[in-house]
Write a protein that binds this ligand. Structure first.
Ligand SMILES: *Cc1c(COP(=O)(O)O)cnc(C)c1O
Length: 384
C-alpha cells in the first residue's frame, strides 16, 4: 500500500536552479534576491510594502514591536491557533487576551473581540485559520473606533481575500509564513506586508539587530565598515538562498493555488451528502486560500472518537492531521497564563472533531479519490 502523506512539497527544476544560482553568485545572506522577492510579493498581494524575515513567528513579533506594542499592553487573539501566535505576543512583552471563536468559521469575530477590549488593549491579532479569511473590514472599523492596531496571522492565508482586498493589504500589518508545509515555502521564512512606509522601515530595521545599514547596503560602498545601532532589534533576516526559492515559487503561485482550489471543490462535492461529516464553511469563490481542508466529524452520529478515525485512516495509508490543539490545553501555556481546558467552549468542542485531510498541489487526482473513498468508508463503518 502506497501511503498518502499529509504534506509533500512541490519543488520544480526551476526552484532548484534558482537556489543553485544563488549559491553560485557568491551572495548567500539577505541581499538582491531578498529585495526582489519583497518587491514581487508586495505586487502579488497588491500592497505598498513587504519586508522579508526568517519566519512567520518573527514576522508577528517584529510587526507588534514596530507598532509600538510592549510591556503593559494587551493584545486580543484566539486560543484556536498554533503556539507561535502567542509567543510573538509574549516576546514583545505584551499580555495575550483570548476570546473564543465562532463555531462555524473557527475564527474570532469583531463582535467577540469588541466585548474583550479594555483600557490596556492596544492590538488585535486575528488568525485566518486554514486560509479562511477573517472579517478584516469589521476589525478595521473596531480598530479605528478604539485606536487599536491590527496585526493578522496570515500563515495560512497567502492567496486569500477579505471583502475589499487581498489578505496582506488590510489592517496595520499582515504576517505570512513560508514554513515547509505552507502554501508558498522558502524552507523557513516569513514576510510582513503593510501600507505604511514608516512601519515597514521600522520592521526592516528591527529584523537585523537595529543596524542602520545591513551588509548588502554596506557592501563595496565607502566606509563599508561603518554602522550604528539605532533601535532594539532581533536577528530575523531572510537569507538570499531562501528568497531565491520564494521568488521561484511565487512565479507559479497562481497555478499552485488553482490546484488547491480544485482539490477543495472535489472534497466539498464528495462530502456534500455524507451526514457523518460537516464540511468546512463555504466562502465566496476565490477568497479562501485552502491551506487546510478541515473536515468536522459529527461525533454524536459516530460510535468513536476523532482519534480513532485518525488512527484508522493512518492504518489505511491516509495521513491526516489535527488543527489545532487549542492553546489553553497546552501545559506550559496553562501555567503561564492561568487558562485551562473548558475556558473557551467553542474551541474546546471544535478541536475534538476536526480532521485535516491532505490538500497540496502535488496531490494527484487518484490520491484525492483515494482520500475520499477511505474517509467515507471509515466513518460509515463507524456510524451508530
Ligand atoms: C506556521 C504557523 C505559524 C508560524 O510560522 P513559522 O514560519 O513556522 O514561524 C504561525 N501561525 C500559524 C497559524 C501557523 O500555522
Amino acid at each position: 500500500m502506497i501511503r498518502i502523506p499529509f504534506h509533500r512539497p512541490s519543488i520544480t527544476d526551476e526552484d532548484i536552479a534558482a537556489v543553485v544560482a544563488c549559491l553560485e553568485s557568491g551572495w548567500l545572506t539577505t541581499g538582491p534576491r531578498a529585495a526582489a522577492f519583497e518587491e514581487a510579493f508586495a505586487s502579488a498581494v497588491g500592497v505598498e510594502h513587504a519586508v522579508s524575515v526568517s519566519s512567520g513567528t518573527a514576522a508577528m513579533q517584529l510587526a507588534l514591536m514596530a507598532a509600538g506594542i510592549g510591556p503593559g499592553d494587551e493584545v486580543i487573539t484566539t486560543p484556536y491557533t498554533f503556539v507561535a501566535t502567542l509567543e510573538a505576543i509574549e516576546d514583545c512583552g505584551a499580555r495575550p487576551v483570548f476570546v473564543d471563536v465562532d463555531p462555524h468559521t473557527a475564527l474570532i469575530t469583531p463582535e467577540a473581540v469588541e466585548r474583550a477590549v479594555g483600557s490596556s488593549t492596544r492590538a488585535i491579532l486575528p488568525v485566518h485559520v486554514a486560509g479562511h479569511p477573517c472579517d478584516l473590514e469589521g476589525f478595521e472599523a473596531l480598530a479605528l473606533a478604539r485606536g487599536l492596531a491590527i496585526v493578522d496571522d496570515a500563515a495560512h492565508a497567502l492567496g486569500a481575500r477579505a471583502a475589499t482586498a487581498a489578505i496582506g493589504a488590510l489592517g496595520t500589518a499582515t504576517c505570512f509564513s513560508f514554513y515547509a508545509s505552507k502554501n508558498l515555502t522558502t524552507g523557513e521564512g516569513g514576510m510582513v506586508t503593510c501600507r505604511d512606509r514608516g512601519l515597514a522601515e521600522a520592521i526592516r530595521l528591527r529584523r537585523l539587530h537595529g543596524l542602520s545599514r545591513d551588509s548588502w547596503s554596506r557592501d563595496g560602498g565607502e566606509r563599508s565598515w561603518a554602522y550604528d545601532v539605532v533601535a532594539r532589534g532581533i536577528k530575523a533576516n531572510l537569507p538570499d538562498m531562501a528568497a531565491a526559492l520564494g521568488l521561484s515559487q511565487l512565479e507559479r503561485f497562481d497555478g499552485m493555488q488553482a490546484r488547491r482550489h480544485a482539490i477543495a471543490e472535489r472534497y466539498q462535492a464528495a462530502f456534500a451528502e455524507c451526514e457523518l461529516l460537516e464540511r468546512p464553511p463555504a466562502v465566496e469563490p476565490g477568497t479562501h486560500a485552502w491551506h487546510l481542508y478541515m473536515a468536522r466529524l459529527h461525533l454524536d452520529r459516530l460510535g468513536c472518537s476523532r482519534d480513532e478515525v485518525l488512527t484508522e485512516l493512518d492504518r489505511r495509508g491516509i495521513q491526516c492531521s489535527v488543527h489545532f490543539r487549542p492553546l489553553h490545553h497546552l501545559s506550559s501555556v496553562r501555567a503561564r497564563h492561568g487558562v485551562s481546558p473548558g475556558d473557551f467552549p467553542v474551541a474546546d468542542a471544535l478541536w475534538q472533531r476536526v480532521v485535516s485531510l491532505p490538500i497540496y498541489p502535488a496531490l494527484s487526482d487518484d490520491e484525492v479519490e483515494r482520500v475520499i473513498e477511505t474517509v467515507l468508508a471509515v466513518v460509515r463503518e463507524r456510524a451508530r
